[in-house]
Design a protein around this ligand. Structure first.
Ligand code: BGC
Length: 568
């Protein structure tokens, strides 16, 4: 897998040193691997750690700095591994702890860092503490580690408060006492198989300190913290006063999300991260109402990064994008944290499909829309994102321009939110379909045998989207990503948080300059309209998401196209 090295400027023999740079996370490109769907080494249809390990050279050659792995821990998979039964064990479907160790070692050898997912808001209902809490009955002290409460009304038949699960339905499930009588209720902001921990309990805090150390000792470079905004609930668990379903993962200020008390937890975690050499990082998955609230998670003594979900949720419209970019940079400035940018992940409809549909449909979309338009806009959006200051997240398959699979039959779907919402919401399986690597027949190199299984079916038209099909084709989305990441690598000064100057480029066009280290500038211009625009050619063309035409000393930028020039 060395054939792509020409597209990066990282020499194969010195990657580890290059990646050990101070503040590495401030401008890192972090690639999200969804282990179920990345690469299946043993041919059972489910991705696994040895599969990921075998594909690490691809990620090195793509030019990313770090890899974030969604959970691979022991789990009954009620929510695709976000229901953890044992935080120190690898689920056999993904491999072994030794596989995880080899993966970290191989990645480091290639100059890649590894970020693992940590799920501290809730455990699986199969976690030993929860199982014992149920078995031992109402007097069990282990119940204090979760939120058990008596029900309301005659006979305690009503849930303790009016909170709704993010996945639909009540956020409470009633237990049965060991003698078979109806018992107390327990809180789960997600599926009933995901009971929420009580973070007021010291044993919960101590356990997670130990879990952090367990993985830090194994060499991981950081943690993506699942539902980081949910750990602390308002005292007394007061009613919300509404029965409107909570938006995905909670976007408003509520008694269950974004309580100020969470920050003390991350201050303790930061001290632990700082005990280890090499700048181990914490990344908050915190869905908050504003970028300012998000900035609270990345104050200097808390976590390092937080996902920019305001950016992810923005439509492909110049005004909206300009506003969210400005607000994001502005919000992070006082706390000195880098801005992050993200367009897709395993919880939302891929951006190639979001932008193929009319704006305003949110992040759970069940219609394919205009695929060609969606891909064109996705390429333009990615090039715009990768020119912005700070750190960027790339979700596996977006570098191939993959769309969501919007027509999965119900019988293959696994997303619990789809079933709890009676098929009206929760289309997350569509972005989780295994990615195509090679060949003309499913599973397209995802698994070892042609015609072999994959846990979600891949569409027939994915043959021409495979890594193999796109490699070496300068017009492909994969080569566009490779070239963009190589450019970032060649110009480390682009990472600087405040290094961006907007230019006036007319209605519907975003244009800005960034200074590079050699005294020149990167000019990025995105035409976010549906018609061509003509701009003065500012310098030497570095990259464009579509072919451009030259008109004397002007360039014609087609509709939905982004270009980078080196100027000065
Ligand atoms: C994860 C989801 C998961 C939920 C509950 C989210 O933030 O990204 O995939 O369903 O947390 O753990």
């Amino acid at each position: 897998m060395t054939q792509h090295l020409a597209t990066t400027d990282r020499p194969a023999d010195a990657p580890a040193d290059a990646a050990r740079r101070a503040g590495w996370w401030r401008d890192a490109v972090i690639y999200q691997v969804y282990p179920r769907s990345f690469a299946d080494a043993n041919g059972d249809g489910m991705g696994d750690l040895p599969g990921i390990r075998s594909r690490l050279p691809y990620l090195r050659d793509l030019g990313v700095d770090a890899v974030w792995l969604s959970p691979f821990y022991a789990s009954p998979q009620a929510d695709a591994g976000y229901d953890v039964a044992d935080y120190r064990a690898v689920d056999p479907m993904f491999g072994t702890l030794a596989d995880a160790d080899h993966l970290v070692a191989d990645a480091h050898g290639l100059g890649l860092r590894i970020i693992v997912d940590l799920v501290p808001n809730h455990s699986s209902d199969r976690h030993e503490w929860f199982q014992r809490a149920l078995r031992e009955g109402p007097a069990s002290p282990l119940r204090e580690r979760y939120h058990f409460r008596p029900g309301q009304g005659a006979g305690g038949d009503e849930p303790p408060n009016d909170w709704e699960s993010v996945f639909g339905g009540p956020a409470w499930t009633r237990t049965e006492n060991p003698d078979g009588t109806p018992g107390d209720w327990y809180l789960h902001l997600f599926a009933p198989e995901q009971p929420d921990f009580n973070w007021e309990h010291p044993a919960v805090r101590e356990e997670f300190h130990a879990v952090l150390r367990f993985w830090l000792d194994r060499g991981v470079d950081g943690f993506r913290i699942d539902v980081a905004h949910g750990l602390v609930k308002a005292a007394g668990l007061p009613d919300l006063g509404t029965h409107d379903p909570l938006k995905l993962l909670g976007t408003g200020a509520t008694p269950c999300f974004d309580q100020d008390g969470v920050h003390e937890i991350y201050r303790e975690w930061r001290k632990i991260l700082d005990e280890y050499p090499g700048e181990r990082i914490g990344v908050a998955e915190a869905w908050t109402p504003t970028a300012r609230r998000t900035a609270n998670y990345v104050r200097p003594d808390e976590l390092h990064q937080a996902f920019n979900f305001q950016y992810l949720a923005s439509s492909w419209q110049a005004g909206a994008l300009r506003q969210v970019i400005d607000e994001s940079l502005e919000a992070m400035r006082p706390v000195g944290a880098p801005t992050t940018w993200v367009l897709s992940n395993h919880d939302v409809t891929r951006h190639a499909t979001r932008f193929a549909n009319e704006p305003g449909l949110g992040t759970q979309i069940r219609t394919a829309g205009d695929r060609e338009l969606g891909l064109r806009r996705a390429r333009a959006a990615s090039l715009l994102m990768l020119a912005l200051p700070g750190s960027a997240y790339v979700y596996q398959g977006e570098e191939l321009g993959l769309p969501d699979v919007t027509d999965l039959p119900d019988e293959v779907r696994q997303d619990p939110s789809y079933f709890r919402a009676e098929g009206q919401d929760g289309f997350r399986d569509g972005c989780r379909v295994p990615i195509p690597w090679s060949g003309t027949e499913a599973p397209y190199g995802f698994g070892p045998a042609a015609g072999g299984p994959s846990w979600l079916p891949q569409p027939a038209e994915w043959a021409h989207l495979s890594v193999e099909a796109q490699t070496g084709d300068p017009a492909s989305t994969l080569e566009l990503y490779r070239a963009a990441l190589a450019y970032r690598r060649a110009h480390p000064a682009l990472g600087g948080a405040d290094n961006l100057t907007w230019l006036d480029a007319g209605e519907g066009v975003l244009s800005f300059e960034r200074s590079t280290d050699d005294g020149r500038t990167l000019r990025c211009t995105a035409n976010i309209t549906d018609r061509p625009v003509t701009v003065p050619t500012p310098g030497e063309l570095a990259l464009a998401s579509e072919p451009l035409t030259q008109d004397g000393d002007h360039t014609v930028l087609p509709a939905d196209t982004t270009a980078w020039w080196t100027t000065g």
